[in-house]
Structures are given as C-alpha cells and as structure tokens.
Write a protein that binds this ligand. Structure first.
Ligand SMILES: [Zn+2]
Length: 493
C-alpha cells in the first residue's frame, strides 16, 4: 500500500514521541484483576481463583456474577470443570502530539488455563499489544485510522490477531465495512492534562469518570458533552454518565430515572448500572443484580410482553432465563399451549432449562403435526375413492396416506410431499397416475383443484406424453366433472 511521504513522516514521529505513560503497568494489572473467575465446586460452595479461597454462598447459577467475600470483586461464576477461558479487552490511551489527538488502541488477553488435572483450579496469564491508532485534529475530527501487522484482513473480514508486540509497520485502515472499535477502556491518569485545552471540559471530571467505567466511546462523549455528565459523575452514577443524550433536558428526578425513586440510587451506584440495566430496573423494581444483568438489553416492551404471560420474577427465579432466551421462551410458551400442556403446572410454566424444554416441545409438535396431517390425508383419500379410474393402460387414484406422498415425492424427485398441509386444509387434491400393470411405480403426479387438473408432472418435473394427456382429459371429463361426480355430490347432500 502506498503511504504518502507526509503521512509516513507523521507515523514515524508518533512512534518516536509517544511513550507508554507512567502508570500503564498499574492500569493493566487493575484490568487483569477484574478478569477473574469464581468456580462452583458444588452446590453452595465456591472458590475464588483470584484469592484461592473457598467460601459458602446462596445458590448462584453458572454464568451469573458472584461477589468474593475476601477480595470483594464481582466475578463470573463457572463450573469447576472449566479447562480454558479467555477475556479479551480493548484498551486505549488518548495522547497529544503537536496539534493532533491520538487514540492508541491495545488488545489485552487474560487467559485462564487448567493445566494440572490434580488441582481443581488453573492459572491466569496475560499479554497485550498495540494494533491501531486513530488520529484526530485539534477539534477532534478524525483525520486518519492506521493499523499495524496485528490487524489482519482476510476474505472473511478483518481481525485483531497477535503478530508482533512492537510493530511499527503502520498502514492506512481503508475499509468501507470495518472500523477500529470505538468502545474502549481508557487509561485515565493522563486525561486531565491531555484534555486541558478543551474549555468546556474544565469542570467535567471526565478523568474521574473514566476511572470508574469500563468501555466507553470517549471521543463521542467529548463531542456530545453536556452538564448531565458532570452531575451524574458527581452522584457516582458513572455508567449512566456515559449517555449524555438520555439525560439532557430532563428536569425532575423521576423523569431522569425512568420513574424510579431516590431509594434506588445506592443500588444503582453500588453496581454501577448502565442505561440498559437502568431500563430493566425501572421495570422489575427489584434490587437483584443478577436478574438485572440477565435481562439487560431487553426493552420495556419485551419485558411487558413476557410479564403478560408469566410472572417475570418467578421466571428469573426458577429458570435460566436471560435475554438470549427471550425468543426461545416465547416460542416455547406458544407451542406448549398448542400442545395443550398443563400451564398451571409450575414446572411446565417455568422449565428449568429453557433450551431443552423448547427443543422438546418443538419435536413433539412436529411429530403431532405429522400425525394430524396423516389423519387428514387418510380422511380425504377415503372421500376421493370414487374418483379412481382405470383403462387398459393406466390407472389413477388419490394419495391415501402421508407416507404415500413422501414415497411419490422421492420416486418422482418432486416436492409433492410439501402439499400435505394444503391437502389437509382442502386446498387441493393429489392423485397418482400409474401403469395398470405396475401400480407400485410412480409415473405422473397430478394436482387437482375444483375438479380440474391443474398440474401434471412425470419424473423430475418433466411434461407428460400425449397418451398420458389423453387419459387425464378423459378422466377429468368423465369422472371429475362428469355424471358420477354430480351423483356423488347429490348423495352427499
Ligand atoms: Zn477473591
């Protein structure tokens, strides 16, 4: 890739002048410490891999969070059979060089590995590398995105992938569909100084805010800055301060906090709730962080939708429900209802494992559907028996079972089996036309609608011969539209 001489010069100057800040290693180790795990040894017994201390606690589900009583960190709970786990973090430094602001982007890997089978916990290790830089002008408009060898373009897209710890091979990031991530964990300790030229941020306390949140789009926050950021930061509601637009121009407290009263502030502060979590809290009004995390991302509408059908708190209490299972659970309920399962039974209403329960009812429904279809086709086949017609060469008779449709379909290599539902609904009829002396083998598949042949196909959807057409025409005139049919209809009336 050609790189303009002026740019090449700038990239080199950046390499020569940007250094890792003083407290960088401290910043990294703080982050690494947040990437811990708590192993579930058995029911109500846990081990914090960070402190290597065992403790007893109420029953907590795998993939929920638990607070270690010793280090007081909130860690993800995993089974003690876990062999490998990796946390990936995007870290960033906002720096200043001449009239430019530069966001340096790093990837941090924290990996957990259980190497020795005799121990019941493994070890953590970590490494990091720089992969991209976004260069802004003094007004914070982006000028250029550059990447090094640690970003790899493949036919499947772009990936951040480790190649080199200290790459200085900078090139332009010019893709219409890939951008460097902009939600990053920023190094906080240099921000007050780096941002000192931006007047509107003088009292903003942005540097304090950045210390207390994980991922943020700092450039967006600066460009959309309003006083609500400062206010929320001072209240200690750091993650909420990241959404200046949601809190701008709202006067009353209730209005700002989606109808929640001031009693909820300590809880919001303790767990540093973000805007999605606040939305869930404002609906559930239950101070249970794991319930809130599991529903985080669901909208008010979706929560309302669930609550119309079941009590959402019981659901959270009794099942592994989370936002990813929202659609699965909704489908489960509607299929279970069609299957006439007893919805008054608590274990049916709140299955312990939603995915399993969902797959089970779907399977049952499919089987039942096939049975129902088969019954309808048998019934219709009996009604159509009077339309069987035969001459020396050919015979034509209706499909009489679902299996006969499937058999015809595979012999003829056509899609007639998919007509089963339409037959069951009475929208059309399917007949098989075969040689009189060889009734087992398919010859022509015939679709009839309103006593008329609307489709006739031989193997592989080929057209019928003249002799076959003559026979079908005769059958249509004589039987389908003919006296016998009228007579049959009269008999039925
Ligand atoms: Zn601990």
């Amino acid at each position: 890739m050609y790189i303009k001489k002026k740019d090449r010069q700038l990239f080199k100057e950046l390499d020569d002048n940007l250094i890792l800040p003083r407290k960088w290693e401290e910043f990294i180790s703080k982050r690494v410490n947040k990437n811990g795990l708590i192993l579930k040894l058995k029911k109500k017994f846990y081990l914090c891999v960070h402190c290597k201390i065992e403790f007893e606690e109420e029953d907590i589900k795998v993939n929920d969070y638990c607070k270690c009583p010793n280090c007081e960190n909130h860690y993800l709970v995993k089974s003690n059979r876990l062999q490998f786990y990796e946390f990936k973090d995007e870290l960033a430094i906002l720096d200043r060089y001449k009239d430019y602001y530069v966001v340096r982007q790093f990837r941090l890997h924290t990996t957990y590995k259980k190497e020795n089978k005799n121990y019941y916990y493994g070890r953590f290790s970590n490494y990091y590398y720089e992969y991209g830089r976004v260069i802004y002008d003094e007004k914070l408009y982006p000028v250029e995105e550059i990447i090094n060898e640690n970003v790899v373009g493949t036919i499947n897209g772009w990936f951040i992938s480790f190649r080199n710890f200290n790459s200085i091979e900078w090139r332009y990031m010019r893709s219409y569909y890939y951008y460097l991530p902009n939600q990053l964990i920023y190094y906080p300790y240099n921000l007050e100084q780096v941002l000192s030229d931006i007047k509107k941020l003088k009292y903003s306390q942005l540097w304090e805010l950045v210390k207390h949140v994980d991922y943020l789009d700092l450039i967006y926050l600066i460009n959309n800055y309003n006083p609500s950021v400062e206010l929320l930061t001072k209240l200690g509601l750091y993650n909420l301060a990241l959404c200046p637009k949601s809190f701008a121009n709202k006067k009353s407290f209730n209005d700002r906090f989606m109808g929640l009263s001031k009693d909820y502030i300590p809880f919001i502060r303790e767990y540093n709730l973000d805007i999605d979590e606040l939305t869930v809290l404002s609906y559930l009004k239950v101070k249970n962080i794991n319930y809130i995390k599991r529903c985080s991302g669901l909208t008010q509408e979706q929560l309302k939708d669930i609550n119309r059908k079941v009590n959402i708190i019981s659901l959270l209490n009794k099942t592994d429900f989370d936002k990813n299972k929202f659609y699965e659970y909704r489908d489960y309920l509607s299929i279970a209802k069609q299957l006439k399962l007893n919805m008054k039974d608590k274990t049916t209403l709140y299955p312990k494992n939603i995915k399993k329960a969902h797959d089970k009812v779907v399977k049952e429904y499919e089987e039942k559907k096939d049975k129902m279809l088969n019954n309808s086709i048998i019934r219709r086949g009996k009604q159509l028996k009077c339309n069987i017609y035969q001459n020396k060469t050919y015979i034509i008779f209706p499909a009489t079972t679902y299996d006969s449709l499937i058999d015809e379909s595979s012999q003829q290599n056509n899609c007639v089996r998919t007509y089963a539902e339409r037959i069951a609904k009475g929208e059309c009829d399917i007949y098989f036309m075969r040689l009189s002396k060889d009734r087992e083998h398919s010859l022509v598949t015939v679709e009839v609608k309103d006593n008329k042949v609307v489709q006739k196909r031989t193997k592989n959807n080929q057209v019928t011969t003249k002799s076959q057409n003559n026979f079908l025409q005769l059958w249509e005139d004589k039987i389908l539209k003919g006296v016998r049919n009228e007579k049959r209809l009269n008999e039925n009336n």
